[in-house]
Design a protein around this ligand. Sequence first.
Ligand code: UDP
Ligand code: MG
Length: 315
Amino acid sequence: MNSSNLITIVVPTYGEGENVSHLYEALETNLVSVSTSYEFNYIFVNDGSIDDTCDVLRELAKLDKKVKVIDLSRNFGKEIALTAGVHEALSSKAIICLDADMQHPPNLIPDMIQKWESGAEIVIAIRKESEDQPIFRWLGSKVYYWIINKISEVEMTPQSTDFRLYDNKVIEAFKRATERQRMFRGIMDWLGFKREYVYFSAPKRMYGSAGYSYAKLFSLAVNSITSFSLWPLKIAGYLGLLLIVIVSGIFLYFLGFYLIYGVFIISPLAIVALLNTLLIGVVLVAIGLVALYVGSIHTEVINRPLYVVREKINF
Ligand code: UDP
Ligand code: MG
């Protein structure tokens, strides 16, 4: 079989010593049905685990040459671990990313491959419900997707996961992203391309506990909001404008009253308060203006490709 039929499975692992061999077995069993048309490789990225993950992976790699291991020097976080795996997966026709804890059922893979064969360039697994998802996380994810879809120009699918198949075209485009503070699937969503979906209900994590604390999730959310939208920066400016309009309105009202009835019905103290508010408005507008400049620096610095090409014909 030639390497043009290669599909690489990328798995980030952090403290998954007990899970990886189960995952490996499950992958092997579930890929049998598609193994006549494709050759598979596994890339396990050990993201600085402190348990025996790396040893288990080494053993697997010894037994099966399809298993490749990237051992990162320390814990870089899942987004970077995924990125490393994807960067190292060379000459694959497609890449499939999934978690190591069996929360992304490998039996979906044949379906994903089929959707890809019929033209999808990204196949996204959507989580229907999670037996493992505490109410706070559920709520958090709802709020997060509501905000991000309101303020950014990129459409992100709620309940979508990192369990995805990417066509090689998508991967090539992804490799041009240079930002350091990254949300892996956020960048993938930004790239566009034709998407298809498969659905699953997430089972409980097999062994161990989720490595993503609320704090980590929150900072991931903030990261992705600031890297996909300048809206938070501009709020200050708009607020300032609003203040100026309101305060000017109040002043005009009293001025009109004075001109018509000849009485000044506003106390000196109230004037001071109003003037103060007006000045706060001016300051906020100034911050908003600075934000516009910071915003353009920000856009330059994250240095996304200007455009993404799906295909070039007759070049
Ligand atoms: N993971 C990683 N680095 C980290 C945290 C997690 O590579 O710093 C991996 C982890 O081993 C698993 C996947 O990312 O394969 C998802 O992690 P987890 O199950 O903890 O997150 P959740 O299921 O809550 O999204
Ligand atoms: Mg998990």
